[in-house]
Ligand binder design. Structure first.
Ligand SMILES: Cc1cc2nc3c(=O)[nH]c(=O)nc-3n(C[C@H](O)[C@H](O)[C@H](O)COP(=O)(O)O)c2cc1C
Length: 376
């Protein structure tokens, strides 16, 4: 499927590149890494690119009001930074005032962004109190105004939403409204706001959604999101539901930084340590040259790279006590030789892409549930 409007060259390219790189002309979806607040900044996007990244990235969501009124209460700092050597991401914004959305999209255009995504799915109460995120599912006229305001920027406009606010079945009324606005991409997290991330994603509605798109807006790309952990499970979903254009993966990346890898392979401990070290280096660089960053925020990433091998949790615990990147590097230098010696027998291979060991999965389930409560 191609996107016809001139403003949508960005997505045309994403689709074509995904097909070229995988040497497949048809039924090859594009893959994206989901926008994740306090996670998908320029640092993490570049680390994931190193691990075999997706076709397209999103920024963390950024408040439109704060972009046009610098004194406003939500921080913009560093969220929209893009490094010269990374793929141009889609900027995700949230807000409820069309004039602010228009202003923010204009700012994005001047920053070099080509595509803007509007958050219409966030379940967080602060965002809902501001009339934004999933609250727009209950205020559909406003949602339409917001989309047309964003379009004034000339950027490719997409929407990320949920099936409904209270009930998943609201999608039958809600999604046609968005489709009629002729957005470039419609990303659907297959749950209602009320379901947060507790209920299983409603895959049973995918075919009905695709039929709606074919009938109302054949040029709009449909991207499916929710509980898809790896590229391979995304490919399986597309096989089961032909017509899906894109697959978005969020939390899967916390379990496996190689989730987007085209040909899954085993990875050594050294490879994952190299990703962690890259994260530290890029963090220092952004902190010094682009925008101040909080060291504490780095700690959530340690478990992505350090898991599934003997002593992983002991090493993580040591790192949780640190206060600066130099301390992290010192501990790695000191402790890793011991760890490598212990895992030498299995050639340091500790991760089968896509396969998380049962104990790690169980330990992480608890942590993830806590972390995602706010967003899902
Ligand atoms: C830590 C975290 C932060 C998130 N921040 C955002 C965000 O800024 N914008 C957004 O649209 N969704 C956000 N989400 C939701 C994800 O983009 C995604 O829709 C959700 O996690 C379901 O996909 P998954 O099962 O692949 O993780 C966030 C999710 C998590 C776990």
């Amino acid at each position: 499927m191609t996107v016809e409007s001139p403003q949508n060259f960005f997505w045309d390219d994403v689709v074509k590149q995904a097909q070229l790189e995988n040497k497949q002309a048809e039924n090859q979806p594009f893959f994206s890494m989901a926008p994740m607040e306090a996670v998908t900044d320029t640092v993490f996007r570049r680390v994931i690119a190193q691990a075999g990244g997706p076709d397209v990235y999103y920024t963390e969501f950024t408040n439109a009001s704060s972009m046009v009124h610098p004194q406003a209460k939500f921080s913009v700092q560093g969220r929209l930074a893009v490094a010269e050597n990374e793929k141009q991401p889609v900027a995700q914004i949230w807000g409820s005032r069309p004039e602010e959305i228009a202003g923010a999209a204009k700012v994005l255009a001047t920053m070099g962004y080509q595509a803007v995504d509007i958050n219409m799915g966030c379940p967080d109460t602060t965002v809902i109190k501001n009339g934004a995120g999933s609250d727009l599912i209950r205020h559909q006229e406003l949602a339409k105004e917001i989309i047309s305001a964003a379009k004034k920027s000339g950027l490719a406009v997409s929407v990320k939403t949920r099936l409904g606010f209270y009930q998943a079945e609201e999608f039958r009324e809600w999604l046609p409204i968005i489709l009629r606005q002729q957005v470039a991409v419609l990303t659907i997290h297959l749950r209602s706001r009320k379901e947060m991330s507790k209920a299983p994603a409603h895959e049973e509605y995918i075919d009905e959604i695709l039929a709606m798109r074919d009938a109302i807006a054949p040029q709009t790309l449909i991207q499916i999101n929710g509980d898809i952990k790896t590229r391979q499970s995304g490919m399986q979903l597309v096989k089961n539901h032909p017509g899906i254009d894109g697959i978005m993966i969020g939390r899967g990346i916390f379990e496996n930084p190689y989730a987007f890898e085209v040909k899954p392979k085993q990875h050594t401990l050294e490879e994952s340590i190299a990703l962690l070290k890259l994260q530290l280096d890029l963090f220092d660089d952004v902190n010094a040259n682009i925008a101040p960053k909080h060291f504490e925020a780095l700690k959530r990433y340690f478990k992505i790279y350090l898991r599934g091998f003997a002593h992983a949790s002991a090493l993580r615990q040591l790192l949780m006590e640190t206060h600066a990147t130099e301390e992290v590097r010192d501990i790695l230098d000191r402790e890793l030789a011991k760890v490598y010696a212990k895992v030498a027998a299995d050639e340091h291979i500790y991760r089968d892409n896509g396969v998380a060991s049962a104990d790690v999965a169980a330990a992480n389930q608890l942590k993830l549930a806590r972390e995602t409560k706010k967003y899902n």
